[in-house]
Design a protein around this ligand. Sequence first.
Ligand code: GAL
Length: 430
Amino acid sequence: MRRIRSITVAIAGLAAAGLALAACSSNGATPSSTGSGAQGAASEVEVFTWWASGSEKLGLDAMVSVFEKQHPDVKFINGAVAGGAGSAAKDLLQSRLQANNPPDTFQAHAGAELTDYIDAGQIQDVSALYDQFKIRDVFPKDLIDLLTVDGKIYSVPSNIHRANMVWANPTVLTAAGLDPAAKYATLKDWFPALDAVKASGKTALSVATTWTQVNLLETILIADLGATDYAGLWTGATDWKGAKVTTALTDFQKLMSYTNTDRDGLDWPDATQQVIDGTAGFNIMGDWAVAAFEAAGKTAGTDFTYFPVPGTDGIFDFLADSFTLPVGAPHEDGAKAWLETVGSLEGQTAFNKAKGSIPARTDAKATDFSEYQQTAIASFAKDTIVPSLAHGAAASIKTLNAISDATSKFTTGASDLAAFQSELATAAGK
Ligand code: GAL
């Protein structure tokens, strides 16, 4: 329990750290490459991610173009495995790590998920690279704490995402008789709007396969439990079998009744695309979704709108991607070169502009980013930060897998609400 408790404590401190990002970001700091060099003999680097297509690949491509400029002697090998949230990549990665066949570097979420790899002895301490690249002081301290065990830092963060957002199509809402600018303070306030979209013949709420349903579930737990009790689910302080969780699961069940029935065959870009195309009114998804709207040439405000999941305003459901140096990486020099680019201001700026996330570096310039991203930077600075379940911040991969199995059973009708709640409690080890 020590590990999860310390992560939650660190998450709580991230809000203060965010102030630094917001403050520094308006002072006109100029981007510069670290140039401190992990160069060496010509080499290559296999970079393992799940950013295989669409807007996620555009983000990766942007990082790669900075990498190729900073390290022209190192060949980039794309080891991406399709499947949002690493739904296929993480299993494949585990098989490779266990077979001593690691990629040169892989994507991992800050928090409990990264700690899994550390505990298994699968990744190396990269503290020395923080000194070499002069990046010890450029990230929020509480984010670094999520990457650190026993004083050793195990990865370089690339970005921070927010998982509790609703994306909406104003044309669909207007056609359903709704005010597209309406705000919904609570889930209860939101349900009539979902009813209206449903009555208009469109999908009210689009969702995709299991991991996106877990993403939806965590936002409803946050809405109904509030930040403190939601965080307590991961420390043992909140009872999974309690009445508040029952309320959240009841709301989750209701929300699922508004969703598209083909959901289990879709991944997140398909569900978000339904809102882009105007076949659905709303989609709950992390803010990588904004990059999909932008890549489709859509403009915020007119073509799409966004707001925190009703009941979660003032709460930032946090996750961060980071890159590791696996034990036995075949091309360590290549991996170190990649980590240098990931940690650089130029790499973070290019990547995050395309990815929809905000830079992990506190010296990035807010005005380099989109309208939505500037709201995320502001929210990160002032909101209460809670750890995402679906994206590795709150719970270990084993716990997440067990929660995902229970969720899939429930949403496919193989369990009832009481069984679901009890399976969640077992999955969380509570
Ligand atoms: C998250 C990841 C994001 C984004 C998303 C959808 O787990 O942290 O960067 O890729 O999955 O695939």
